[in-house]
Write a protein that binds this ligand. Structure first.
Ligand code: SAH
Ligand code: SF4
Length: 364
């Protein structure tokens, strides 16, 4: 028997075309979509609104797949990480970070990354390939399975937000990322709002406007340096798209406003980019952009050429950025016992920090 095709990851149009090719009526595609993305069904036999004979026909030709899980890890703080393995043996990470008022899923877009940022472990991986739309949306499906969130709940979700901050550069795999995100945002399925989705890029300038116009998701920029000289070293893509061009693209990002700020990620590297002068320069660079700053304590890996800034240096840096009116939470490390590539892993919301402080205060 020929290998059965996976229906997960097909756009609505592609699914409709498959149904048409089977001779099924157009509304069947819509019913299937509901079963796959709202109900989370993986077995055609369970799709009881479809005729039995049609279900059998579907099962002959198709599957509703999930990524294989090579390893599943849980941190003491509730963070969960899945190491996914695809049929070609390639692996990526997917991480769920629960917080008091939300839960964020950190999704990968590529196996490895071609961009070789100096402080990033993913950039040292030799093999690189794009994930398919199925492999990207499959991470969300798998997390929903694991969290027991089918059918797509309206309230009290544990998976409320998605960040494309796992492995890979999403804007180097734009088409597949876009197809996957359109599926994730579809109101008759997973139904996550674009306001709850953040795409992080190291600065692929020519793709930024398109991302805003077509997807309308939140933008995060991996800035990490305030001069071209240093950013050329830390984020080599800067040589192609220097700071001025990158910041111009941010100023023009569709839909950004004070209510919807662009996040600037800044990894804190000891004695490399963490001085007060650099904090002041950062403030100057961001003038005129609705921005917030994520200070990410460097997450060390074996053989890494950098160290994490001291807590005092991070606090000093944050104070300067805060004083200029930008929110710049000093992030509490999360899930460190299960080490992951996710840029959010080292993050926790300000709210969480406050509640932790309150708990501490109450306990003392
Ligand atoms: N390629 C995209 C998205 C994936 S990386 C990008 O670069 O934006 C997600 C975030 O994690 C980025 O801000 C990245 O700079 C950060 N990051 C990578 N390695 C890190 C490390 N070792 N410690 C802290 N943050 C890291
Ligand atoms: Fe790639 Fe992002 Fe890592 Fe840079 S930081 S190597 S762009 S994954």
């Amino acid at each position: 028997m020929a290998e059965r095709k996976d229906l997960v990851g097909l756009s609505r149009d592609e699914l409709a075309a498959e149904m048409k090719a089977m001779g099924a009526e157009p509304f069947r595609a819509r019913q299937l979509w509901h079963w796959i993305y709202h109900r989370g069904a993986t077995d055609f036999a369970a799709m009881t609104t479809l005729a039995k004979s049609f279900r059998a026909e579907l099962a002959e030709r198709y599957v509703v797949g999930r990524p294989g899980v090579a390893r599943a890890l849980s941190s003491v703080d509730g963070t969960r990480k899945w190491l996914l393995r695809f049929p070609d043996g390639q692996e990526v990470e997917c991480v769920h970070i629960p917080e008091e008022d939300r839960g964020t899923l950190c999704v990968s877009s590529q196996v490895g990354c071609t961009l070789t940022c100096k402080f990033c472990h993913t950039g040292t991986q030799r093999l690189v390939r794009n994930l398919t739309a199925a492999e990207i949306v499959g991470q969300v499906m798998l997390a929903r399975d694991a969290l027991g969130e089918w059918p797509s709940p309206q309230d009290d979700r544990q998976l409320t937000n998605i960040v494309l901050m796992g492995m890979g550069e999403p804007l180097y795999n734009y088409e597949n990322v876009a197809t996957a995100l359109r599926i994730v945002m579809d109101h008759e399925g997973l139904s996550l709002s674009r306001r709850k989705i953040t795409l992080s890029t190291s600065g692929v300038v020519p793709m930024i406007a398109r991302c805003g116009e077509e997807l309308g998701v939140n933008l995060a920029i991996s800035l990490h340096a305030v001069t071209d000289a240093l950013r050329d070293v830390l984020v080599p893509l800067n040589k192609k798209y220097p700071l001025a061009e990158l910041l111009e693209a941010c100023r023009a990002y569709p839909g950004s406003s004070n209510a919807r700020r662009i996040t600037f990620e800044y990894v804190m590297l000891k004695d490399v980019n963490d001085s007060p002068a650099e904090a002041r320069e950062l403030v100057r660079l961001l003038a005129g952009i609705p921005a917030k700053v994520n200070l990410i304590p460097f997450n060390p890996w074996p053989g890494a050429p950098y160290e994490r800034s001291s807590a005092a240096a991070i606090q000093r840096f944050a104070d300067i950025v805060n004083a200029a009116g930008y929110s710049a939470p000093v992030r509490t490390p999360r899930g460190e016992d299960i080490m992951a590539a996710c840029g959010q892993l080292k993050s926790a919301s300000v709210k969480r920090r406050k509640s932790e402080l309150l708990r501490e205060a109450a306990a003392s």
